[in-house]
Design a protein around this ligand. Structure first.
Ligand SMILES: *[C@@H]1O[C@H](CO)[C@@H](O)[C@H](O)[C@H]1NC(C)=O
Ligand SMILES: *[C@@H]1O[C@H](CO)[C@@H](O)[C@H](O)[C@H]1NC(C)=O
Ligand SMILES: *[C@@H]1O[C@H](CO)[C@@H](O)[C@H](O)[C@H]1NC(C)=O
Length: 454
């Protein structure tokens, strides 16, 4: 009974602005705040992905009509209302919202369709629709070429010139700018951006720059216990403020492993900017403890991670710049043996999709035994691709199938595939738990970014 009485004020409030109980007037003093570019940063909502995302959008302040214990918040123009409290937030999905202040708790009561919620403070912002992702899949963007100072420069340059063909004959206009970063050095170095007339010119200027930089063993970390600073380099790349960072492809040559295991902060940032991470990792590593961190980071951001004794075989199994669009991205947790149905893919027109599959999260574990992926389309055309453990003890290129120590690539899976829906399933054998990264890319543009997976 007592509970019911306590709840009553809140119920009355939505109906009448002002409330009288036992002849006394309660005063409403719930806090509100209109947010826009000028004050959103000083009103940070910590560890909130929605807030981080909003930060980079085009936004303006909402209108607020406050009438005693109620507030009407609304957004004008092609904008949508987002609301935040000190520790949470929501995309309302609409442009206007009413809330009422409970004067006893001094908290806002509002309903976004999932029942009444309380907000200690109602901070509101209007976000221009379509700017949530900062950049579109087809926007001009950058290729970052980053390398560890622990590598041999001959190898680094070999990898760089490997891109020359695809860049020279590049018919896409997606990649435009080049960036060069050298990391794993005692003092952190600036990332160099090259933005002139064409991608090829930028590629050549970047090459000249890199030939001056090379690698410098005197700058290397003194101890093999020091972890790679690759995550810090990525953060500085994103924070550079360069407008073409969003949607970029980061080709990263690794020799030293990171020591970090906790990566939620960098994951959030990479997702926000849709950076596609392509890790080519040379095994054995020159130091650091956690090679699997790179694999986990790639998994959470629709990226890819390949280990090999020679970088060329790692690069050969990694998504190529001639196919900049991801049409399918799936992380599959596996252990033991099993068969599972994978989400189907629908092709609206005929196209070639290149198949990339990473089977295990380090070079050295022996968890992977075998896999087979099969599909059948609506016209009953079918195909399959399978590999067993022995296939990747020998990195290299065989009959159009590229192999590294943990990953495979082939064009023969969905070569010149007809418009249809393809139902897929996966059969696998593993001795330990692991995660498969399965990606299909194409040169056919796609409108939407792939959703992220944890
Ligand atoms: C919200 O408040 C405004 C202004 O007070 C009012 O015109 C509108 O009808 C209210 N909307 C709802 C859904 O209660
Ligand atoms: C851009 O390219 C033009 C023509 O090739 C060249 O003259 C110019 O110096 C370049 N600018 C920069 C900043 O590299
Ligand atoms: C795949 O691996 C599992 C587990 O090691 C094994 O039982 C199965 O026979 C293998 N299948 C093939 C086709 O090699």
């Amino acid at each position: 009974m007592k509970l019911l009485i306590l709840l009553l004020p809140a119920l009355f409030l939505t109906a009448n602005g002002c409330l009288r109980i036992f002849g006394k007037t309660a005063t409403c003093a719930c806090k509100t705040l209109k947010m826009d570019k000028s004050n959103i940063e000083e009103n940070e909502v910590k560890d909130n992905a929605l807030y981080d995302m909003i930060l980079r959008t085009a936004m303006k302040a909402p209108e607020m009509l406050i009438d005693d214990c109620s507030v009407h918040v609304y957004c004008e123009g092609r904008t949508e209302l987002y609301i935040f409290d000190t520790d949470k937030g929501a995309k309302t999905g609409v442009s206007a919202l009413n809330a009422s202040c409970d004067p006893y708790q001094q908290k806002w009561q509002l309903d976004l369709g999932n029942g009444i919620e309380q907000y200690k403070e109602l901070k509101a912002v209007c976000v221009f629709k379509g700017t949530e992702h900062k950049c579109l899949t087809t926007n001009p963007t950058t290729i970052l070429f980053a390398y560890s100072n622990d590598l041999d420069y001959i190898e680094v340059e070999d990898m760089y010139t490997w891109f020359e063909g695809p860049i020279t004959y590049n018919e896409e206009d997606k990649y435009y700018e080049m960036a060069i970063a050298r990391f794993d050095t005692k003092t952190k170095e600036d990332i160099a951006f090259f933005q002139n007339i064409t991608l090829l010119e930028n590629y050549q200027s970047a090459h000249d720059h890199m030939n001056k930089l090379k690698v410098d063993p005197s700058l290397s970390f003194d101890s093999s216990e020091t972890g790679s600073d690759v995550l810090d380099m990525l953060e500085r790349y994103i924070d550079s403020g360069n407008p073409l960072v969003c949607g970029s492809r980061a080709v990263i040559l690794m020799k030293r492993s990171p020591n970090e295991v906790e990566i939620s902060k960098i994951v959030r940032k990479i997702r926000q900017y849709h950076i596609e991470l392509i890790f080519a990792v040379e095994d054995p590593s020159s130091g650091g403890l956690h090679p699997e961190t790179l694999y986990n980071l790639a998994a959470k951001t629709n990226g890819f991670c390949s280990f090999s004794s020679e970088l060329i075989w790692a690069i050969a199994t990694l998504p190529q710049i001639t196919n900049p669009y991801i049409h399918y991205s799936l992380n599959v947790k596996v252990s033991g043996t099993g068969t599972m149905v994978l989400p189907s893919i629908t092709l609206k027109k005929r196209m070639t999709l290149v198949f990339y599959l990473a089977v295990q999260s380090t070079a050295t574990t022996t968890s992977f035994q075998n896999f087979t992926i099969r599909y059948v389309n609506t016209n009953e055309f079918s195909n399959s691709y399978g590999r067993i453990r022995e296939d990747h003890l020998k990195p290299g290129s065989y009959d159009g199938y590229e192999t590294s120590l943990n990953s495979f690539r082939t064009v023969y899976f969905l070569l010149n595939a007809e418009a249809s829906t393809y139902d897929m399933n996966l059969e696998y054998g593993y001795s330990m738990e692991d995660t498969i990264l399965f990606r299909l890319t194409s040169n056919e543009p796609i409108n939407d970014w792939m959703p992220f997976q944890d």
